[in-house]
Design a protein around this ligand. Structure first.
Ligand code: GLC
Length: 446
């Protein structure tokens, strides 16, 4: 009896806590779904990490890793001249790969602004290239019909008022030294700078579809929502761009609507991520190799099949994939990236129907061995991605009598169906694997 009472109390507490989840805006669930509809449909975007760090070409955290001072780093600024920059070409490559949106670093942790900001001299217009690179980017990607997003680093290793903390290039091992080191640095001024720059980005470039802030690391000698003034920022952001999508890195996790989607980075999620037991929207960001910024000597590049599996598996768990390119300091995509984008595009050209508008398959449908399922709830079509091409007779458990028609997606050729064992549906596949990296079977459900 006592146990039951305790259980009841705990449940009640849970309910109360659930209800107590705070909200910043009064948008309804339906309104939110509406706002996110295009993004949930499109599933696949390009991340672009570009900045001064493309010159050392040893990772975008190079200033931190090598503990460089502003003076050490100045040479990159003085010589920055991406003379071959042609964002229209980038947009064409993204589009041909099947990507529907792109998010570019307007400023990364190094503090360098690719856009023309009134609030700093540390910007592209003051380098030899003398251009607002973001303006050209926005125009080019819009012209190719892609949606446009801005990555903006909350962190700034160049701003004189940004206090030195545990991830700063000038960090120290003895924490008692921070007070002395930070004398004269004023985070109030930095907060103002942040706000002003976000205002510029969301005012001067027309409609912006996504804002991707990066990142918070609360705790000792770290920074979080109060350091950025996140609550005030998110209100301003949504006011300036009511339709915008915002990621979850402003450290506003205590609010139900402190971000529109979660952002698992560089790892494979085991299942559809949840919060308080509820499935949440998510986008995984991933690199082709081990660096976001252009890295000349980094060789751990994923191959085409791994990348396709990454995309398919993400959608099979209800998520989006933001796949990164780090352009060179001349302004071109690295040949390795171009090759991979091209190969993914070849697959997408004939198989994208299993990606766009798709999500996790209904839970009562079992995934056959060595395959991944996606499902389009509008057209009621189920997609079986064959990661390891099976022998002729391929059985789909539990689907007997539930499928109207079966075909390969890449060429729309019929696959004959038969009743299989124990309620399964048996498909008669050709012996030879079709000439696509990962063949997809499209099942039209009853
Ligand atoms: C991390 C890194 C950064 C990269 C980002 C992408 O937060 O700081 O270099 O931009 O991940 O998600």
């Amino acid at each position: 009896m006592k146990k039951l009472t305790l259980l009841f109390m705990l449940c009640l507490l849970g309910v109360i806590q659930g209800k107590a989840q705070k909200k910043i805006f009064n948008e309804t669930e339906e309104q939110k779904e509406q706002r996110l509809a295009w993004w949930l449909n499109d599933r696949f975007g390009m991340f672009i990490h570009w900045g001064l760090y493309s010159m050392p070409a040893r990772h975008e955290w190079i200033k931190n890793y090598e503990r460089m001072s502003d003076a050490d780093y100045q040479k990159y600024f003085d010589l920055y001249n991406p003379d071959l920059y042609n964002p229209r070409e980038w947009a064409r490559q993204a589009k041909a790969a099947g990507m529907k949106y792109a998010v570019i670093t307007t400023k990364h942790h190094e503090g360098f602004c690719l856009f023309d900001s009134k609030y700093t001299d540390y910007k592209a217009t003051n380098t030899p290239i003398k251009k607002d690179l973001i303006k050209e980017f926005v125009e080019a990607f819009r012209a190719e019909g892609l949606k446009v997003g801005f990555y903006y680093s909350l962190i700034d290793w160049h701003h004189p008022d940004f206090t030195i903390d545990r991830v700063h290039p000038q960090r120290v091992s003895d924490p008692s030294k921070y007070a002395e080191l930070n004398k004269g640095r004023d985070m109030n001024k930095y907060r103002e700078y942040l706000k002003n720059q976000l205002k510029e980005l969301l005012t001067n470039y027309g409609k912006i579809d996504i804002l991707w802030t990066d990142f918070s690391y609360p705790g000792e000698y770290g920074k979080g929502k109060d350091d950025w003034n996140s609550l005030e920022l998110i209100k301003m952001i949504r006011k300036l761009q009511p339709g915008i999508l915002i990621n979850d890195r402003l450290d506003l996790g205590e609010y139900d609507d402190g971000g529109d989607f979660v952002t698992p980075e560089q790892y494979k999620v085991a299942e559809w991520p949840t919060r308080n037991g509820k499935k949440v929207h998510w986008e995984t960001c991933q690199t082709f190799s081990g660096s976001w910024g252009y890295h000349r000597d980094e060789n751990t590049w994923k191959d085409n099949k791994q990348l396709l599996v990454l995309l398919i598996e993400t959608v099979s768990k209800g998520g989006n994939l933001l796949l990164n390119v780090g352009p060179t300091s001349r302004g071109l995509f690295d040949y390795r990236a171009t090759q991979r984008l091209h190969d993914m595009g070849e697959w997408m050209q004939v198989n994208s129907r299993s990606i766009y508008g798709c999500t996790q398959a209904p839970e009562d449908i079992k995934t056959p061995d060595n395959s991944l399922l996606t499902y389009n709830p509008t057209t009621k079509r189920l997609y079986v991605h064959l990661l390891d091409y099976p022998l002729q007779r391929f059985e789909l458990p539990g689907l007997k009598g539930k499928v109207k028609y079966a075909q390969f997606l890449h060429d729309g050729s019929e696959i004959k169906m038969k009743d299989g064992d124990k309620g399964s549906l048996a498909l008669e596949l050709p012996v030879i694997k079709p000439n696509v990296e990962i063949p997809v079977i499209e099942l039209v459900l009853q």
